[in-house]
Design a protein around this ligand. Sequence first.
Ligand code: SF4
Length: 714
Amino acid sequence: MLETRTTCPYCGVGCGVIVESDGAQITGVRGDPEHPANFGRLCTKGSTLHHTATRPITLQARLLHPAQRLSRQSAPQPVSWDAALTLAAERFSRTIREHGADAVGFYISGQLLTEDYYVFNKLAKGLVGTNNVDTNSRLCMSSAVAGYKATLGADAPPACYDDVNHASTLFITGSNTAFAHPILFRRIEDAKRANPAMKVIVADPRRTETAEFADLYLPILPGTDVALYHGMLHVMLWEGLVDHAYINAHTHGFEALRNRVRDYTPKEVAKLCGITEDALLQAARWFADSKGRTLSLYCQGLNQSSSGTDKNAALINLHLATGQIGKAGAGPFSLTGQPNAMGGREVGGLANLLSAHRDMGKAEHRAEVARLWGVDDVPAKPGKTAVEMFEAAADGEIKALWIACTNPAQSMPDQAAVHRALERAEFVVVQEAFSTTATCRYADLLLPATTWGEKDGTVTNSERRISRVRPAVPKPAETRHDWDIVVDFARRLERHLRPGLPTLFPYDTPESVWVEHRESTRGRDLDITGLSYARLEQSPAQWPFREGDTQGKERLYEDGIFPTADGRARFADVSYAPVAEPRDARYPFSLNTGRLRDQWHGMSRTGTIGRLFGHVPEPVVEMNAQDLARLRLSEGDLVHVTSRRGSVVLPVRASDQVAGTQAFIGMHWGEEFVSGSSATGSRIHGVNALTTPAYCPKSKQPEFKHAAVKVLKA
Ligand code: SF4
């Protein structure tokens, strides 16, 4: 039996996994006891990884050779790699020549490895000359990015998992950690057992498993997070709980925020948020306890919102106001949804970012990246973000789309608009490991990629820790690694766009890509010039890890100096704004969507394992029992759940997790499970037939966490 150390591909906890194989087939997995993210533990998803990789079962769901569709109605026909990539280069170069660089777009994924991400970003911004490269991380983390940058000056989570063991108060807000980050939640349970005095506050519209664990549960109404945080700050000011010495020494902008939160009285905030004044007071006092340490953990409840950036920033305000940052057990800590959304942020693989946390808006930063890449310049105009990219394709503005390792035909909000975009786009390339995703059927060209267990590279987890991903078994013969596909395509495209010049893509291994990425970080806040693949063989490591360092930094800002022009953090003077689509008489329920414990994304991997359906066997819409009685519905009745954009049919289930006038549907179920239609009657499936494309104006992250719906018996 062979053993390979690698990293779980599911979530941002980034657990270490030891894979057992016979050299041809993965036969088992167990947690890596030496990996600092999990110390040997795995959750239900991680511990069943080998079942998702067992051949030949998995091969039935795999894309195994390149294929071209001569018309959208016809079946894809196998073609050689040479023919496929030659065609792709011709179609992309023709589109660029006839319509400009911004007529093409690359929509990629937080599941790609950092090396894959790096070459995609360079392909778009360095070779093609467009910033139209965005990722499904836009749907997951872009509000956290914008929130950190607005307040602390850089997109750098300042805390680490070990802070859970040093905190005296945990403020879990907008995160069902128990389901979405199970191994981190095990740490929280351990910390509470070791220190029963540790206070756990959970703020969430749903009474989740995480909320059940709380000493204080705040069942806030959907979208009222900013009001809650401002209300807490109001109480802290009133009761003299803020840390003026920290504020004066390390921040700017408190005066304006103090004036703003005067209006957020406990009475008003309690009413707005749907909680009691006593609960608000208690939360503020526990958070600001000067003898203790407060760690905030947060995720999509804050991020997937039309005011996501402001929610992030208003929470960080509380840490700055109380000096609860830069010390063990204290700080704002965004939890990453995807396994490598962090790596994508590091290489600048989003439409508004540049490599190594550089700003697209700064000429000197663009010049640095251009110099590094050996090109004249990189474009200054921000590219289309996820929702904008598909809107532009639906409008005919983007004509050629390259989609890699993600399934927008299920996962994007407002599916009717996304399907229109995929139909209208003149040339769609789908680079994917699985043939079963809904997006594959829109592909003019299908490129078979390798997947977990076969790939080689690095990922970064929520606590800035870089881990190696290693291949345990050989890849299926005709599949290729994501970075390799991109490099081959880029070299062919270069013959059209810069003939006769040396290639910008001289890579022959993932390590050679990573070495260039490493150099791009020199002198930046995420400097990893002290790391190497060889060093990562010893153990995963956190950034920054500068040349000469012997270890990375556990937590940031311990010296009170922030990565801003004058070293001070900035309070964000933001105001509460309600959800983009409030409930009304026609659509009287607030729909929330989210993760289930045992499923992952659109189920392309977890949906192949029977035992993972044991927890939740089928999709349902969960509602409060009183609402069911009012609507004369019984458990199991089929209902139409309808928003302004579409409708789905589901059985209804009574749940005491869901408050009155609210509804919840798991996000994972696609067309095999949830039949639906768009508002115009076309067949659109899954919960995202209902969700709104409204997004945060600062982060452009869509509001998956709230849509107004009606529920009627089918
Ligand atoms: Fe994988 Fe996340 Fe579970 Fe860890 S907690 S085993 S990374 S899914």
